[in-house]
Design a protein around this ligand. Structure first.
Ligand code: HGY
Ligand code: MN
Ligand code: MN
Length: 417
């Protein structure tokens, strides 16, 4: 029993409310194809933000919004010192046509932990906070984890607010429009610990038949936008050896990076976005713009993959007679989480006789940023079939609740310490 809990009033997770809120939030931004789309600072994401703020207020939390739109709900502790706070959190923005759990699960489970204290009438010895960070996905405004990156001082606030989407709308304008351009300085609350509960989004726990992952860190991420300049010409009259085909050049880069990744046992390479100009069936493309997402748990191997991309671009430019330019959209080194917190996650699972597995996250998370300023760790629950960033993303209800219960166990352990 935690020393600060009087008699039998131990905080417990209310699973029904947690599952109900996950379902309710997942209904915001439904896009008619079985998924939901709540791009950062969009009108649909505002609806999600309003829901979460409403639930925070229902709990009587002190709700704060900072200048990059990060939302925090704070449960005061016996000691009011915010520097001694314990924070949980994640994000509620989504990719396009997303599943119901990515990010939302961590925010609502953090809320469930605070609710457990409220419902048990237990005042924590120090403040507890839950955060919903802006633009974790980075699909509308790059880089990803933008809100938590600014929060930890990894990017100046003005630079973050100036990040523009494909229509030239800046994050700052979008936050003003949805009413979430807050007043708190980013980083106003630097907690002593940050815990993020998240679905794995990969296949490993499910494949191993395990229910809990004690996450040791997050792999490195490097995003590029590549622009290839060729020469528009007639598809029916231009001999192959006279072509300067930006589309073909792009295809060569994409397949070359897939070959590079296949030959590596850890590097991943993905092109998720591509567009040709003029984009007509009978015109050789004069321009190709596409993204390259490189990942590796090893920072040096990630740098080698970046060099392989640069070398490939130069080779293709030479051989195809095209111009190439690349913009570095995101560049995050691998991070390691705090050994003491990782151990507490493992111990909490062991106390429940739940086997767990240590693992490195393939996906980026706000914890990757928070690890720069405080003791940080993550807990994973399984994604069935490893599917995520897809409407069929699924985690069993029992695992969703178990993850939240474990989050509470680790919080009680840390508060007890
Ligand atoms: O890209 C990622 O890994 C995360 O979903 N933002
Ligand atoms: Mn996420
Ligand atoms: Mn995601």
């Amino acid at each position: 029993m935690a020393s600060f809990c009087k008699n039998d009033s131990k905080p417990v997770i209310n699973g029904d409310i947690l599952l109900g809120q996950i379902k309710r939030l997942s209904e915001e931004g439904l896009d008619g194809s079985g998924g939901r789309t709540r791009l950062a600072a969009s009108k649909d994401e505002k609806k999600g933000r309003d829901l979460v703020v409403g639930w925070m207020k229902e709990l009587g939390l002190d709700v704060r919004v900072d200048k990059i739109g990060n939302i925090f709900g704070i449960l005061p502790g016996v000691s009011g010192n915010l520097d001694n706070a314990l924070m949980m959190g994640s994000h509620i923005d989504t990719v396009i046509n997303a599943g119901p759990y990515d990010g939302c699960y961590g925010v609502l489970s953090g809320l469930a932990v605070l609710r457990a204290f409220k419902e048990a009438g237990v005042i924590p010895p120090r403040p507890l906070a839950v955060g919903a960070f802006t633009d974790e996905e980075g699909v509308r405004f790059q880089p990803d984890m933008l809100g938590s990156l600014v929060y930890v001082g990894g990017m100046p606030l003005d630079e973050g607010l100036a990040s523009a989407d494909g229509d030239g709308v800046t994050l700052g304008q979008a936050l003003e429009e949805i009413g979430y351009a807050g007043s708190e300085e980013p980083g106003f609350l630097i907690p002593s610990e940050y815990l993020e509960l998240h679905i794995e989004q990969g296949p490993r726990l499910d494949a191993e038949g395990l229910r809990i992952g004690a996450v040791e860190g997050v792999q490195g991420i490097s995003w590029w936008r590549v622009t290839i300049g060729g020469k528009a010409n007639h598809a029916g009259t231009t001999p192959t050896d006279m072509r300067h085909d930006a589309g073909l050049a792009a295809a060569r880069v994409i397949t070359s990076m897939r070959e590079y990744a296949k030959d590596s046992d850890t590097t991943l390479a993905t092109t998720g976005e591509i567009a040709f100009e003029p984009g007509l069936v009978n015109v050789i493309p004069s321009k190709a713009v596409f993204t390259v997402d490189l990942r590796d748990p090893d920072g040096e191997k990630l740098a080698l993959a970046e060099k392989a991309l640069a070398d490939c671009l130069n080779r293709v430019a030479e051989e195809e007679g095209v111009t190439v330019a690349s913009e570095h959209l995101a560049n995050f080194a691998p991070v390691k989480f705090h050994p003491e917190l990782i151990q507490k996650v493992e111990d909490a699972a062991a106390r429940r006789n739940i086997p767990s597995m240590r693992m490195v996250s393939g996906a980026g998370h706000d914890a990757q940023m928070m690890a720069r300023v405080c003791k940080t760790a993550m807990i994973f629950v399984p994604s069935i079939g490893g599917i995520s960033h897809n409407p069929t993303e699924h985690t069993e209800k029992e695992d969703l609740i178990l993850g939240a219960e474990l989050l509470l166990d680790v919080v009680l352990d840390l508060l007890n310490g």
